[in-house]
Design a protein around this ligand. Structure first.
Ligand code: UD1
Length: 383
């Protein structure tokens, strides 16, 4: 597949990250790629997320070195953002094509950079391939399907992802079940997170609070849905304090729908800015209950053994429901409150580890790439 130029030239891999949930996935991959002599990883930040709290804090907490390139694309509509990433990234790739482009997750940066690479005949590796919510109203589902369709290496976190890919006609030789790189990061950061003083800072008692995150367009962009979720929170915070690190998209919507006063009136709801990874992992690890519409948090709470209510009708991560601590409740306020009450009456569920969610996923990925790419990297290639 690879045909590098100078003898013994290292295989250049663009490792692409753009948005908050990407950073914890690329961190273990970058470390592993940099450890061995065969690969030269080049870290590309698209700039999809750019705030300190959404990006830089994660680089610090994960001890990630600064990106080699920042495309600085910023926010925009789906098409504008994806288009801007594509044209900025294409310029870079045309100047110096890498041997492989590695993308993670399902954000706009993932699909944009894969499309650019595939059209310039550069192999694409997709980490976290094959997840499907079967809900095409989610931008992420479109991103997943398209990225998988044009990838050459599809690294999966669970066996249902393998099944989804095979059903879509992807050849089995391209699919590798390797486990979950995000759990690699979680396991590494959990030790450090024990030293975080975030509980004290926020005045929270161990196992006596709920943690909430909310940012899906389907939940926050519609006034009636967001209002309904708030109604549920109104009731839950009478039973235990709720801490809510607010995503910028959600904060914007609170303003747009005039909900700020109502939120400020909830005495046991603590609204804070988005937190770094170390503090957030600490909160997750010590919460009594998590309410979320995030994808990654469904996986992290499963491994940490924290009950999770997912405020969505579907999930692309069914293993967290079948084998983990996750329960899909949608945005209906009554259902959310009933399920939260049920959790509060029960014991903590204990940890669950789906197969290969063991901290070794990045290692497996790099071993596979070494076998597939380094053996063929002895020939000559002109740039
Ligand atoms: C994106 C991903 C989503 C992921 C989420 C995590 C897509 C389609 N969606 O959604 O899968 O779960 O990131 O956060 O790629 N904003 C800031 N500062 C920032 C970034 C964004 O203020 O650093 C604001 C902007 O007003 C922007 C809005 O947040 O318009 C939404 O950002 P965007 O990257 O478009 O999508 P997310 O909702 O963050």
């Amino acid at each position: 597949m690879v045909n590098p130029g100078a003898r013994n030239r290292r295989v250049e891999i663009h490792l692409v990250a753009g948005a908050r949930p990407n950073f914890m996935k690329i961190a273990p991959l970058l470390t592993r790629l940099e450890e061995g002599p065969g690969f030269q990883p080049i870290l590309i930040h698209t700039g999809q997320h750019y705030d300190n709290t959404m990006s830089r804090a994660f680089f610090e907490d994960l001890e990630l070195r600064p990106p080699d390139v920042n495309l600085g694309v910023g926010s925009g509509s789906q098409a504008r953002q994806t288009g801007r990433i594509m044209s900025a990234y294409e310029r870079l790739v045309l100047e110096r094509p890498p041997d492989l482009v590695m993308v993670v997750g399902d954000v706009n940066s993932t699909v944009a950079c894969s499309l650019v690479a595939a059209k310039l005949h550069i192999p694409v590796a997709h980490v976290e391939a094959g997840l499907r919510s079967f809900d095409r109203s989610m931008p992420e589902e479109i991103n997943r399907i398209l990225t998988d369709a044009i990838s050459d290496f599809l690294f999966t976190t669970c066996s249902d992802a393998d099944d989804n890919l095979l059903r879509e006609g992807i050849t089995p030789e391209k699919v590798f079940f390797v486990g979950n790189v995000m759990i690699d990061s979680l396991m590494r950061i959990r030790e450090k997170a024990r030293r975080s003083d975030v509980l004290e800072r926020l005045g929270l008692k161990d196992r006596s609070f709920a943690l909430m995150t909310l940012h899906r367009p389907s939940n926050v962009d519609r006034e009636d849905t967001l209002g309904g979720i708030l109604q549920a929170v109104e009731q839950i915070q009478t039973k235990l304090p709720v801490v809510f690190p607010v995503h910028p998209r959600s904060r914007k919507m609170f303003g747009r729908f005039g909900l700020e006063e109502r939120i400020a009136g909830l005495k046991r709801l603590q609204v804070v800015d988005p937190l770094g990874y170390i503090d957030f992992v600490r909160l997750m690890d010590r919460a009594r209950l998590v309410l979320t519409d995030s994808g990654g948090i469904q996986e992290e709470t499963t491994v940490l053994g924290i009950p999770c209510l997912t405020l969505r009708q579907n999930t692309e991560r069914p293993v967290t429901v079948d084998r983990g601590t996750n329960r899909l409740v949608g945005p209906d306020p009554k259902r959310i409150v009933t399920e939260a009450d049920r959790i509060l009456r029960q014991e903590m569920p204990g940890t669950h580890r789906p197969p290969l969610w063991d901290g070794g996923a990045a290692n497996r990925i790099v071993n596979i790439l070494s076998k597939k790419m380094l053996s063929s990297a002895k020939g000559g290639r002109k740039r």
